[in-house]
Design a protein around this ligand. Structure first.
Ligand SMILES: [Zn+2]
Length: 258
């Protein structure tokens, strides 16, 4: 799946969990501003698994830090679309976010500031702006990432454990997005269960279970296909709509839900 589509699916997942579900079912309610800041962070988290590619788009988002981190991640995770695109990778990202989410500090005027979330979001915002092609050069990327992260740190959702929820959601929708392509993902990494050669005679099996050992549910086929666009245009509209409505509520106090 394309980077911009990963980011949009992350924002949409946060809007669904933190705005639509609370209004519809009363689950996981977040303040209107928390919907906006959480959606930004989840959009970035939905690019985190692609930090496993030293020459990928994400590695070039905030040089030189992201290049160094990408080389390290690629080595630890066994290569592109392996460890970071697995259930184990998801658990590691959630554990890291849980640890960072506990780091807060009191700042005069602003009160409690989510310092750990702010530091993580510098990276994640850098990824999101690069994937959405609004980053420009490295200086502008760093400036935008730092500015938006300060906003996220100050106006972070007040719920406990919102950071691991946002990071977990972002990483999970990324893995699902890549699972929907031909190439698939090694969801059970480090287990690599190679498809027996004899199964190549069954076309459906060989589409779902690749010879590399990756699993795939290739509903969108190749990355960037018309099917990917057909799926992602409504998802993107939903994300933009949700963030805009809650952003308006945060600014004016008026809500269409009440
Ligand atoms: Zn990926």
């Amino acid at each position: 799946m394309m980077g911009g589509h990963h980011a949009a699916s992350g924002a949409a997942a946060w809007v669904a969990v933190a705005s639509t579900a609370p209004h519809a079912f009363g689950w996981y309610p977040v303040t209107p501003l928390g919907v906006v800041t959480g959606a930004l962070l989840t959009a970035g988290a939905a690019l985190l698994p692609d930090l496993d590619h030293h020459s990928g788009t994400i590695a070039h988002s905030l040089p030189p830090i992201t290049k160094i981190l990408a080389r390290m991640t690629e080595t630890v995770s066994g290569g592109h679309r392996r460890g970071t695109h697995s259930l184990l990778g998801l658990a590691v990202f959630v554990a890291l976010a849980t640890a960072l989410g506990r780091i807060t500090t009191d700042v005069p005027v602003f009160g409690s500031v989510a310092l750990g979330a702010g530091i993580l979001s510098v990276l994640l915002m850098g990824f999101a702006f690069k994937a959405l092609k609004i980053a420009g050069g490295p200086a502008r990327s760093w400036f935008l990432a730092l500015a938006f992260s300060a906003f996220i740190a100050v106006y972070a959702p007040e719920n406990n454990d919102w950071l691991p929820v946002a990071v977990g959601l972002g990483v999970a929708v990324h893995i699902v997005g890549d699972l929907l392509t031909h190439q698939g993902v090694m969801i059970l990494w480090p287990l690599r269960i190679k498809r027996p050669r004899s199964l190549v005679r069954f076309p459906v099996v060989s589409k779902l279970w690749r010879s590399s050992g990756a699993f795939s549910l290739p509903l969108i086929g190749a990355a960037g296909s018309w099917r990917e666009w057909a799926l992602m245009v409504p998802v993107t509209i939903y994300a933009i709509f949700g963030v805009t409505i809650d952003g308006m509520t945060a600014l004016t106090g008026w809500s269409p839900y009440s």
